[in-house]
Ligand binder design. Structure first.
Ligand code: GBH
Length: 474
């Protein structure tokens, strides 16, 4: 039921990339095939009580076996780019040593299939699935993990360097460090405040060493990036205590990564805020120079803004900022209250706020003038279902996408060098601690049969991707 095109739309710059994203553990399945060993997410999802409904990624959406069909689906939708991640334990089962050829072959076939269909592959090396072997050796709080990551990055650059032009080291290291080792709602489920800071530093170091390993093996035309879930933090009021709460969250959410990666230093206020947790002696001489590598682009993942106050001063404690945990992920910021921002929400309970995306992009642009940006994730879960006609009608997702793309368009108009947009996610998939209960896909998946049904919003997004124009209505 496509409406006639009104010609009334937002025109994006030529060459703007229109894509969709996934992550290995969320889609691949085939967890014990071709030499793959468990990642921390296999262990975590198989630990009772960690993931809703006892869901695991054992089968996920069976993308490992259905990859050609899924690439054909993307081609049918007219997508220009596909952002996927590599499963580290599929390639390096113990997290060290030589690569498994069958693991590499899967990603070679995937990239060949994409290029054959004119879809640009965008590779993320690490989207949270650390080989369990490396967690057994201490995980991200251990410095050696950063070195292991650099070796793995070199392996992937050798394997895919002739095919892939845009590389991302880490996806959302905030989640790895603070949800994995602080609140424990993500794998490996540890709740050790001091370990969060060590993990964050070693993720930063992994990024820096990884960029250097990529550059050493890739052609000079290849580009490197990192994807951060930058929090757009707003204070509840302009009371100095609330402003200070916002500053603290900005430090432990954003500047803990952008400081070392993009400026070559940890923020002094962050180190002061966390001094009672750890003395930061894990930062060794020379580390910051290793981390501060030239970057060709920054990936921004945005879902919803973050509203905070000094604890006690708020009126609405609708969101505690902890997820399903008694332990805070906000190391060193114990006196902060989180609030629900006004407005409609998605099935995750996250407020729909496109203005937050515009403000975030403008802030990154102001802080790092000239930096090339991609929106590497944006999207929404809604309670999708297949109607009797066999269709999935999701008008709220169309409005979500339209609103956020309009925000991106305003940011471009204001001078932000934004080069692409990746919808999260291509397919409904394993939504981490929420299991299969939350559907973020452009394409609906019937998990019993693995049937794929593009939602109405996928047909809408397809027209956007093909035309480069976001219609203001319809
Ligand atoms: C992304 O994470 C992931 O990259 C992707 O794999 C995932 O499927 C997708 O988003 C949808 O969730 O302030 O402690 O209450 C986004 C993860 C969402 C993490 C909001 C922090 C608030 C946690 N972020 N969340 S807290």
């Amino acid at each position: 039921s496509a409406r006639p095109h009104t010609g009334n739309g937002l025109v994006f710059p030529p060459g703007f990339l229109w894509g969709a994203a996934t992550a290995a553990y969320q889609v691949e399945g085939a967890v014990a095939e071709d030499g793959r060993t468990p990642s921390i997410w296999d262990t975590f999802s198989h630990t009772p009580g960690k993931v809703r409904n006892g869901d695991t990624g054992d089968t996920a959406v069976d993308h490992y076996h259905r990859m050609p069909e899924d690439v054909a689906l993307m081609a049918g939708l007219g997508l220009g780019a596909y952002r996927f991640s590599v499963s580290w334990p599929r390639v390096q089962p113990t997290g060290r040593g030589p690569a498994v050829q069958k693991g590499l072959d899967f990603y070679r076939r995937l990239t060949d299939e994409l290029l054959d269909k004119g879809i640009q592959p965008v590779v993320t090396l690490y989207h949270w699935d650390l080989p369990q072997h490396l967690e057994d050796a201490g995980g991200w709080p251990e410095r050696a993990t950063a070195q292991r990551f650099a070796e793995y990055a070199g392996i992937m650059a050798d394997a895919l360097g002739d095919r892939v032009k845009l590389w991302t080291t880490l996806n959302e290291p905030w989640c790895s460090a603070f949800l994995g080792y602080g609140s424990g709602v993500h794998a490996p489920g540890r709740t050790e405040p001091a370990a969060t800071l060590r993990a964050a530093h070693h993720l930063n170091l992994a990024h820096g060493l990884g960029v250097q390993a990529l550059r050493a093996a890739l052609p000079s035309s290849a580009r490197t990036s990192v994807s951060l879930n930058l929090h757009h933090v707003r204070p509840l009021t302009d009371d100095p205590q609330d402003l200070d709460a916002a500053r603290r969250i900005d430090a432990i959410a954003n500047r803990v990564f952008t400081g070392p990666m993009l400026r070559g230093a940890y923020p002094e206020d962050l180190q002061a805020d966390t001094a009672h947790v750890d003395d930061w002696s894990f930062v060794r001489d020379g580390d910051l120079a290793q981390i501060h590598q030239p970057l060709d682009a920054l990936g921004v993942n945005y879902y919803s803004p973050t509203l905070v106050s000094a604890s006690g001063s708020g009126t609405d404690a609708g969101a505690d900022g902890h997820g399903a945990s008694d332990h805070s992920p906000w190391t060193g910021a114990d006196n902060v209250a989180f609030h629900r921002t006004p407005g409609g929400t998605t099935a995750m309970g996250w407020t729909i706020d496109p203005g937050g995306l515009e403000e975030l992009l403008l802030r990154v642009h102001a802080d790092f003038p000239g930096l090339t940006l991609y929106i590497t994730e944006n999207g929404a879960a809604f309670d999708d279902y297949v109607n009797p006609e066999g269709e999935v009608r999701d008008p709220e997702r169309i409005e979500y996408l339209r609103g956020h793309l309009a925000a991106a368009h305003r940011a471009i108009g204001a001078g932000v060098d934004l080069r692409g947009y990746f919808q999260w996610s291509l397919l409904d998939n394993f939504e981490w601690a929420y299991g299969y209960g939350k559907r973020f896909g452009a394409v609906y998946v019937d998990y019993a049969t693995q049937t794929r049904i593009p939602k109405a919003s996928a047909h809408w997004y397809s027209r956007v991707a093909r035309s480069g124009i976001v219609p203001l209505e319809g």
